[in-house]
Design a protein around this ligand. Sequence first.
Ligand code: ATP
Ligand code: MN
Length: 508
Amino acid sequence: MEQVGIITSEARPCPWGAPAKPINQCSLTEVMSEELARELQLEEESHAFPGEALTDEGPFLTSENLDTSSDAVLAQMLQMQFDKEYDAQLLREEKKFNGDSKVSISFENFRKVNPCEDSDSSGDEVDWQDTRHDPYKADKPTTTPKRGFIGKGKDITTKHDEVVCGRKNTARMENFVPEFQVGDGIGMDLKLSNQVFNALKQHSISEQRKSARLHDKKEVSTTEKVVDPKTRLLLYKMVNAGVLETINGCVSTGKESVVFHASGGSMEDQEVPDECAIKVFKTTLNEFKNRDKYIKDDYRFKERFSKLNPRKIIRMWAEKEKHNLKRMQKAGIPCPEVVMLKKHILVMSFIGKDQVPAPTLKEAKLGLEDSKAAYSQVLELMKQLYHQCNLVHADLSEYNMMWHDGKVWLIDVSQSVEPTHPHGLEFLYRDCRNVSQFFQKCGVPETPNERELFNIVSDLNITSDNQVDFLAEIEALEKINEAHVQNHSKKVATFQRDDDGPPRLYDE
Ligand code: ATP
Ligand code: MN
């Protein structure tokens, strides 16, 4: 029986495959197709203007080899063209949306065409995800993405490690959102997933609002130069008790503290130096937020951390500095001597003379001979700190080392952690990088690079010859150690406690 309206592919002459023949019958789909209507129109015109036939067509329609006899194939071809156009539009929108922004939002998930098939797709849209199991990317060679590492990192092979990747993304938070300091400052350009970035951005905005409200309350927070009434009262008490003779003035207003010079008085059971430095830890939430990473994973303080409010955590900082200084003192490292601790106020010996603090290594502008001497001292100090004090400074740089009496003195150790801290080795690496870069700039010829210095200080033998692999190895070690600490936390805590007893929060 003859079919009416619907024709089989065998019987039906194809409009594109055989344009010369007039078309009498077609399928319902074809009747509905605008493309077909346009085609028919062109065919008609081609008869009138033979030289210009079909010039308006998409490239796939002009190919002589294509089998256009099947409806299914035709439908697929049309769909593919539609998809390509859709994707091209999507790409334009993506470019417009992202502009020159450092953080790009990828529209890749909305693409119709598989990126592998699409040769002119956005080749630079390589994400920092594990793509091993991604069917779209399975047949692509696993080369290093075009973006991601800056400079020397082209030979990196560790990007496919999901864990390493995740950690490095985290490290970037510091660059994107300055308030989120995660501590390692690894100089790599990795792409933070959009979802995470957006969540962070939201959080950052709400934190900024909160901290703006806090800054309004001047009477409860220590600001740049003025101390709040509670701090003032504590300082008066120290003077009244005769521990301090006078408080002379501000030596420095740092990120996390205000430092004053004071003339020492006397105490019953302890010598008080003639010149003292008073470090008043800032009590704004903002300052505290940047620092919690150093304390919350420090097992010595972990127990108490979760239960405390920010004010108490600030006190813990002061307390931590005291404990760390005491350990250093014991090992004979040149550093301020602790006089007393009251809440968030640490009194220590003054490094300098006649109310003038000694210069930091940054300020000292040492000549080559002194620089060489300083370097060999710093190397010794770092080893001592690591092996004898079981500490990593975690903010070691030319800004936190002072040059006094021909010696290097270490200061600012409130953030210092034990090497087994979950990020302890990363902090050590960063310290090594600062030290190495500084002394290289000073022209000290024997300065090793940061990786060599790390191995010298830690006695570890990490062999990677580039930063990214080196850091990956460090992180792997930290992970192993973390698992170990978790398994044996009680045992480790007992063995590694401070010699002067477990840290206590100062109580009045
Ligand atoms: P920053 O953010 O600048 O690192 P901070 O809040 O971490 O500051 P410190 O680094 O401990 O605080 O101290 C800041 C400055 O105060 C030092 O650079 C130094 O000039 C001075 N200072 C700190 N402690 C002493 C001390 N014991 N003797 C003399 N000066 C000191
Ligand atoms: Mn400092």
